[in-house]
Write a new protein. Structure first.
Length: 294
């Protein structure tokens, strides 16, 4: 009889503990859900407040929607007028597109060696803290300044034209690729490095023999990817007088010739798609060769 009572008591306690645990989970879920709702509402209120501070007025935008619509439909996206504009401006757009590619390529080529050096020095697996920390700060400072600002500075140095654009692209490449190279260098397998170091090799020899071979493929892929980004950047640097397609683009905007604006945009789209296609094919070929070697 007593055994039966103890069994019933144990079953009751077990059921009670399960119910208590269920209640605790429900309370925890309600608190998390309430917190998420509160955070979401807070973010929404903050966005609305900042948008109002910036001057967003949905009523004004809606009232003037036909201005943009008329420009898009009647001028920028009118097929016959756009085709005629492209034909008429081909003599200007083709050289400007070639100049844009040249700015991106030369700027990338100029910045690449410096980015390689800085990227190696900024890796904490290669240099001590007293070296890699200030180098990383330097790369961060370079990256913090937009390429358009560098272009304005180099226009003062080199004058109007593509040289200023190429120099601006080069500086931006140093900051961005240097950081990417450093991150890649920090992810390598240290066992080959230790093996080379055990032979008495110095830091430079160890990096050349054991570190760089592990990141060469990644470095090439990142360089090709950043060439695409530089092509986009160089397409608008002409806005500040640094050559390329940006110059006819800003001139067309100033003249309110929106059909020509669209013609330049089409040229930029063709240029960027072409560069991306070529870069993707090179990356694909590089990846297939790497798999074959392995």
């Amino acid at each position: 009889m007593s055994d039966q009572a103890e069994s019933d008591n144990g079953s009751g306690n077990s059921a009670l503990s399960v119910a208590d645990e269920f209640d605790r989970h429900q309370q925890r879920w309600r608190r998390k859900f309430g917190t998420r709702i509160g955070v979401t509402v807070g973010v929404a209120v903050a966005v609305i407040a900042v948008a109002r501070w910036l001057g967003f007025d949905l009523g004004y935008l809606y009232a003037h929607r036909m201005n943009l619509w008329s420009v898009l439909i009647e001028e920028m996206l009118a097929p016959r007028a756009l085709w005629a504009q492209l034909q008429g401006d081909a003599g200007m757009l083709v050289p400007a597109a070639a100049e844009t590619i040249a700015i991106a390529a030369v700027g990338t080529a100029l910045g690449l060696p410096v980015a390689l050096v800085f990227g190696t020095l900024a890796a904490n697996t290669v240099t001590p803290r007293r070296i890699h920390t200030p180098v990383r700060l330097l790369l961060g400072g370079i990256r913090a300044v937009p390429s358009m600002v560098y272009a304005l500075l180099f226009v003062i140095l080199a004058g109007l034209g593509p040289v200023a654009g190429a120099l601006a692209i080069a500086v931006g490449t140093i900051g961005d690729l240097g950081r990417l190279f450093a991150d890649e260098m920090e992810e390598i397998d240290e066992r080959p490095v230790e093996a080379v170091q055990s032979t008495g090799a110095g830091a430079v020899a160890t990096t050349a023999a054991a570190r760089l071979p592990q990141v060469t493929t990644a470095y090439i892929a990142w360089t090709l990817f950043y060439l695409e980004i530089n092509a986009r950047k160089s397409s608008v640097l002409g806005i500040v007088g640094a050559g390329g397609l940006g110059f006819p683009l800003i001139m067309a905007f100033r003249a309110r010739n929106y059909t020509r604006v669209m013609a330049v945009i089409v040229a930029i789209l063709v240029l960027i798609v072409g560069v991306e296609t070529a870069a993707n094919r090179l990356r694909g070929r590089l990846g297939s060769e790497r798999r074959v070697d392995q």
